[in-house]
Design a protein around this ligand. Structure first.
Ligand code: C2E
Ligand code: MG
Ligand code: MG
Ligand code: MG
Length: 269
């Protein structure tokens, strides 16, 4: 009898679980730089990396999170996925720290994670295992996820903050924040969604919106990050508007762990 062969191109829960077991997921690291006070002829200082998940698929090559995260979310797998991401990021942090590199790493979490009541304790245990203090990590949650169930999110985020993790509100401007909730949630950083940054050079409107978001963040005591800086003009504009930090392909694409380490050695000395 001929056994049923799975189509290797299909991305579903089973293939994702198999891939996790086969260590087919890895992280890439995108630099985040300081946009403030640059002395003549010096590079912007790198203040951290954002860890981004990639899947090296047997037939499709490297796949982006936008292709597999919705399937993971729908299958309710995000607790396992976030655990994997934290393990990978913390193992890398441990290696870097062992080599004298102290750099903060940001990790994206999903709306599903804020429902796990033991989330904070679990992360703390992972940090302890790898001897990485929570202060070295930034937990990113999208504005949409934070507002979806703001009371539940508040509970988890407050616990994380109290334990020393820093918190970042991601893709800001695409969700519907109530300003009251934004003020109450214990975020330390606000990341302006790349859609607004992309349009900065061509649309005065977008520039005004970006400026307004920068002022809002700063007035609430948050560090403000521009994501999706794709060219010199966008970099210039967000610097001029007073943005604190920046990320984007113009600065650097997400890098392998090895390339990220070289990036740090090259830019911090
Ligand atoms: P994000 O957290 O907002 O991450 C930024 C995304 O924008 C990344 O895409 C990054 O590669 C991309 N990007 C950075 N600079 C530029 C630029 O200048 N231009 C353009 N066009 N894109 C830029 P990526 O890695 O495909 O991730 C997409 C989203 O998937 C992330 O958006 C995040 O929401 C989610 N994600 C990625 N990794 C993880 C993860 O480990 N866990 C969870 N829960 N979500 C993740
Ligand atoms: Mg992010
Ligand atoms: Mg983002
Ligand atoms: Mg995004």
């Amino acid at each position: 009898m001929i056994g049923l062969r799975r189509n290797p191109d299909i991305i579903d829960e089973t293939s994702i679980r198999d891939a996790i077991k086969a260590n087919a997921f890895h992280l890439v690291y995108q630099p985040k730089i300081d946009l403030r006070k640059v002395e003549a002829n010096t590079a912007h200082r790198t203040v951290g990396f954002e860890a981004l998940l990639r899947w090296t698929h047997a037939t499709r090559g490297v796949i982006s999170p936008t292709d597999f995260l919705p399937i993971m979310e729908a299958a309710g797998m995000m607790d396992d996925v976030t655990d994997l991401v934290f393990s990978l990021a913390l193992q890398q942090q441990r290696i870097w720290r062992g080599r004298g590199i102290r750099i903060s790493v940001a990790i994206n979490i999903s709306a599903q994670n804020v429902h796990a009541t033991d989330f904070t304790d679990h992360l703390l245990a992972r940090c302890r295992e790898c001897e990485v203090p929570p202060e070295c990590l930034i937990v990113e949650l999208t504005e949409t996820a934070a507002m979806m169930d703001a009371a539940v999110a508040m509970n988890i985020l407050t616990r994380l903050r109290l334990k020393g993790f820093r918190l970042s509100i991601d893709d800001f401007g695409t969700g519907y924040s109530s300003l009251v909730q934004l003020h109450l949630l214990p975020f330390s950083e606000l990341k302006i969604d790349r859609a607004f940054i992309r349009d900065c050079g061509s649309s005065r409107q977008s520039e005004i919106i970006v400026k307004t978001m920068i002022d809002l963040g700063k007035n609430l005591g948050l560090a403000v990050v521009a994501e999706g800086i794709e060219d010199a003009l966008a970099l210039q504009i967000v610097c001029d508007l007073g943005c604190d930090y920046g990320q984007g392909f113009y600065i650097s694409r997400p890098l392998s762990a090895e390339a990220a380490e070289q990036w740090i050695r090259k830019t911090q000395n």
